[in-house]
Design a protein around this ligand. Structure first.
Ligand SMILES: [Zn+2]
Length: 495
């Protein structure tokens, strides 16, 4: 395939994406030529492209590198790729208009359109995501999902050096700000020229809708506030979450909690995460149901889940908001010293919040309220309801929204560490990390391990540890004492 054919094909796909007309072809071809450092376009065949947009991008980037117009660092290459793929992406106003046009027929058609666009223009890093190690794990709570996150590229030394010299700029304020749309990026800030945001009006407030470049599940999206304001769980949160699933009925949406230790990694910008995926928690049943006299239309219950989850179901969004807000208000001030649950420190610092998740369930609207407590103690300085030291060799990071729902995002170190664990349990030469040894010894004594079954068994055991991680994060434990304490809290909801 000649370079000229690649440029012609790239241009064809750019026009097809809706941002340009046929009249723009010569102009676009010349833009691409200029960007990759070429002087002239040669012969090409007029036909439909056989290669994908990403394959065409790779060829153009390779040419640009050969011509010395792209720097050697990964950051420079990503900035160049995003600028190239920006030509393949209509401007925000057009993307929003096309989204609205599809939406008028069917919400799913609209998200399919936007999701397709964000994959085709390489905003969603499909190839990097494919590097993740992903496996299911059967537990008493259903099939949990484990992801060892290998999608974020490792920085090379040259890049780290360049970053050290990079000027710090306070723009965009954070990775979730609207100002990222079309932003070129810097040595120490991701390239966003090809980034687009769908505008969403949630009961009069301006919000944006975008996909996550490094998705952990199908159609992993982010709903972000137009203003850079901190995360806050309140009545408004429940209203907005229910609004989002009214607008996008085929998606779930949830929010990270608004306190450190039990929250996500970004607390500075109010945002939610959603998508088209059924998590183990959504599939888990209510094991105990109850009714609250003030909310007769609501079916409520405790979910069979390692964390402490109250599920509310109703056809009435309004009642759900009222009831969820009531539970939040009660939880924020609820203490039960017998199970180490404490709403405030002596100095008045609040410790209670909720991780809420909303979804449709047939005709019903459904909200799961996961009770969170971020207290620390002398015994558990990282958090009483946080992975305890015995499981930190697998997971020590915060248990945020995605983990809460049953998908473990594990650090990249485990990809190599688990291989060493496998060698260790097979009595092969190994470099097992000492923190994994007690666990590995236990596996050795419980299983007959062979080269054929070892990976499966280690993965199964990782899944069981993840279930334990979630149990640690649960405020009311699964034993009789914990469940009695949970019931005492439920009883207070009648007031
Ligand atoms: Zn921001």
């Amino acid at each position: 395939m000649t370079l000229s054919q690649t440029i012609f094909d790239f241009t064809t796909l750019a026009i097809k994406a809706g941002g340009w007309m046929d009249m723009d072809r010569i102009y676009l071809q010349n833009r691409v030529l200029g960007m990759i450092g070429e002087d002239a376009l040669g012969e090409y065949e007029v036909k439909m492209p056989e290669r994908t947009s990403i394959q065409l991008m790779d060829e153009l980037v390779a040419k640009a590198k050969e011509n010395g117009v792209v720097g050697e660092t990964l950051a420079e290459q990503e900035i160049f790729e995003a600028q190239l793929m920006d030509l393949m992406t209509p401007p925000p106003s057009v993307v929003n208009a096309l989204f609205a046009q599809h939406y008028s027929k069917d919400p799913k058609e609209a998200t399919d359109y936007f999701f397709g666009l964000c994959k085709d223009n390489d905003y969603i890093k499909t190839r990097a995501i494919a590097k993740n190690i992903v496996f299911p794990a059967e537990t008493e709570y259903g099939t949990l999902e484990i992801t060892i996150n290998l999608s974020k590229p490792e920085k090379d030394p040259k890049e780290i050096a360049a970053q050290r010299n990079a000027v710090t700029v306070d723009y965009p304020k954070c990775m979730l700000c609207m100002e990222n749309e079309g932003y070129k990026g810097r040595m120490n800030y991701p390239a966003r020229t090809n980034h687009r945001i769908i505008r969403m009006n949630l009961d009069g407030e301006g919000w944006g809708f975008q996909y996550s470049p490094y998705a952990y599940y199908n159609e992993h999206c982010i709903v972000l506030r137009e203003e850079h304001l901190p995360m806050k769980i309140s009545r408004k949160t429940f209203e907005r979450l229910l609004k989002v699933i009214e607008v996008l009925p085929h998606y779930f949406v949830g929010s990270n909690a608004d306190l450190p230790i039990v929250g996500g990694s970004i607390l500075s910008h109010d945002h939610y995460q959603g998508g088209n995926h059924s998590f183990a928690m959504a599939k888990a049943e209510m094991e105990k149901s109850f009714t609250l006299t003030a909310y007769p239309q609501i079916k409520a219950g405790i979910v069979k889940w390692p964390m402490s989850v109250i599920r509310l179901q109703s056809v009435s969004q309004e009642q759900l908001v009222d009831c969820a807000d009531h539970i939040l208000a009660k939880w924020k001030v609820y203490s039960d010293e017998s199970v180490f649950v404490r709403a405030f420190s002596e100095d008045g610092t609040p410790h209670h919040t909720i991780t809420p998740i909303a979804r449709r369930n047939g005709e019903l609207f459904e909200i799961d309220l996961v009770l969170r407590d971020n207290n620390v103690s002398e015994e558990f300085p990282d958090g009483i309801f946080h992975p305890h030291p015995e499981v930190q060799h697998i997971k020590k990071e915060n248990i945020g929204l995605i983990e809460v729902m049953g998908l473990a995002v594990l650090p990249p170190r485990l990809a190599t560490e688990l291989k060493e664990v496998e060698k260790y349990v097979l009595d092969q030469p190994n470099e097992i990390a000492s923190m994994h040894v007690p666990w590995a010894d236990e596996m050795k004594s419980s299983y007959t391990l062979t080269a054929e079954n070892v990976t499966g068994i280690v993965q199964k055991e990782v899944g069981l540890i993840f279930a334990k991680v979630l149990e640690h994060a649960g405020v009311f434990k699964r034993d009789a004492r914990g469940q009695a304490a949970f019931q005492r809290f439920i009883d207070t909801l009648q007031d």
